[in-house]
Design a protein around this ligand. Structure first.
Ligand SMILES: [Zn+2]
Length: 191
């Protein structure tokens, strides 16, 4: 028996650590909530930044809050190509030796030497969810989608945390490849 899952397409976005946020927005600035996301406590902020290198620039890059302990930009491979960079495919938070970028906010500009990644597709789940399907954090799963461009996503990372809720995240390239709109349903293939 397979288990149904909601698949959400994550567009490019940025996470900021406090120190960098203050350099970009000023010392007393605060992130404000535009829209709550499916993961408890996480939100798309009203605040955006620009990011650039010598080849390309993207404006209005949405900040996903709350602030984190690291600064990270998540792009699709298609977007990375426009910058002529080749960021590694990584689990969120694992930014060592990833690509660099210049970040521009309303009050300042910073340059990061690492922090740009392509996010590995993943499923957020609680420990209870993980036990139910008999997997542990870091395990790789298969997810099947339906429709005209239906496909099977392999190597979907299980991310287990008490604060998560059952949902799969893919990027815009993956969404387009599978004909998946913003939110759609898939099935975790259980052995
Ligand atoms: Zn996610």
């Amino acid at each position: 028996m397979n288990k149904k899952i909601k698949i959400e397409v994550s567009a490019r976005h940025i996470h900021l650590k406090k120190d960098d946020f203050e350099k970009l927005f000023g010392e007393n600035a605060k992130l404000t909530v535009k829209k709550e996301l499916s993961q408890p406590g996480m939100f798309a902020a009203n605040e955006t930044v620009s990011v650039k290198n010598e080849n390309f620039q993207i404006d209005n890059l949405r900040i996903v809050g709350p602030l984190r302990s690291y600064t990270q930009i998540e792009l699709s491979k298609t977007e990375a190509r426009k910058f002529k960079i080749d960021p590694p495919l990584r689990r969120s938070g694992n930014i060592e030796n990833s690509s660099g970028m210049i970040i521009i906010g309303p009050k300042g500009e910073i340059e990061i030497n690492e922090g740009v990644i392509i996010a590995k597709r993943h499923i957020h789940m609680t420990l209870k969810d993980a036990e139910e399907i008999n997997v542990k954090d870091g395990d790789l799963l298969k997810v099947k989608t339906v429709g005209e461009r239906g496909l099977i996503f392999e190597n979907v990372v299980a991310r287990v945390d008490e604060n998560f809720s059952w949902a799969m995240h893919i990027d815009t390239d993956e969404g387009n490849a599978g004909g998946i709109q913003e939110v759609e349903e898939g099935e975790v293939v259980l052995k």
